[in-house]
Write a protein that binds this ligand. Sequence first.
Ligand SMILES: *[C@@H]1O[C@H](CO)[C@@H](O)[C@H](O)[C@H]1NC(C)=O
Ligand SMILES: *[C@@H]1O[C@H](CO)[C@@H](O)[C@H](O)[C@H]1NC(C)=O
Length: 258
Amino acid sequence: MECLYLLLVVFHFTAGCSLSGEIVVRGHTGGSVVLPCSCTDLQTKPQRVTWQVYRGKEWTEVFSADQYRDRLQQFNDDSPANLSLLISDLREEDDGDYRCQTEKESRFFRLFIKGCDLMKSGETEEVTRFSGESVVLLCSCTDLQTKPHTVKWKFRSAKSGIYNIEEIYSTQTGQHRDKVRLTNKYSGNLSLLISDLTEEDQGDYSCSVQGDHKDVRLHVKVRETPTRLWTTDPTTPSEDHPSTAVTESERIMMCVAH
Ligand SMILES: *[C@@H]1O[C@H](CO)[C@@H](O)[C@H](O)[C@H]1NC(C)=O
Ligand SMILES: *[C@@H]1O[C@H](CO)[C@@H](O)[C@H](O)[C@H]1NC(C)=O
């Protein structure tokens, strides 16, 4: 009886985990997906499981690839027969073929990643503001769920040459340091807020994500300082009207003397 039991256990561990089928999984940049893989018999436990991705004509281990660092999770600590893989913070380059492999078989997956397509891609918008004001330069993915892994805002000053382009987001340099931020950091809305505008901020801005860009030309007008006050009465009030310069204590003194 004991022997039979032992045999059954051995059978479970070696033959029990069978995988099957090709599966299509869809995700979007910034989101997460589970590639579902488990032993048909949930009581079993495979000896060895590897997850691989097809890259550059060969299968490579996902857990040793830099691209996936800190973005993978498995569930087989709690349920050993569940070999599923969770990939989070998806990027466009995660798109591809994957396989879940035990010592005996493999299960194949096709992962499609929908990336960010910019609204008004390739267009240039004109915006005018006064100095001292702030401005939101609009840039957004058509699907707000598809937050891209990287977004860059670049700036070319109206004063500098055409080759003088600086990145102002996500690295902030020069005059834009501490003056710019994304209005909505955790979505596909990539609009940039620039505060306290000066003439120096006038120029061309470009919002770019993988293979796509949208431009904004910003005009900054300097507010005319009101000149009337200065031209009508250039002298200081105390010279012209000495009586108005009487202070509260002087008035009290005058009352007392009276
Ligand atoms: C395996 O774990 C994942 C994540 O918790 C879950 O979505 C999936 O349903 C589980 N699969 C099975 C067969 O239990
Ligand atoms: C993105 O955010 C800006 C600033 O909050 C807002 O004005 C704009 O309407 C948003 N765009 C979309 C497509 O939601």
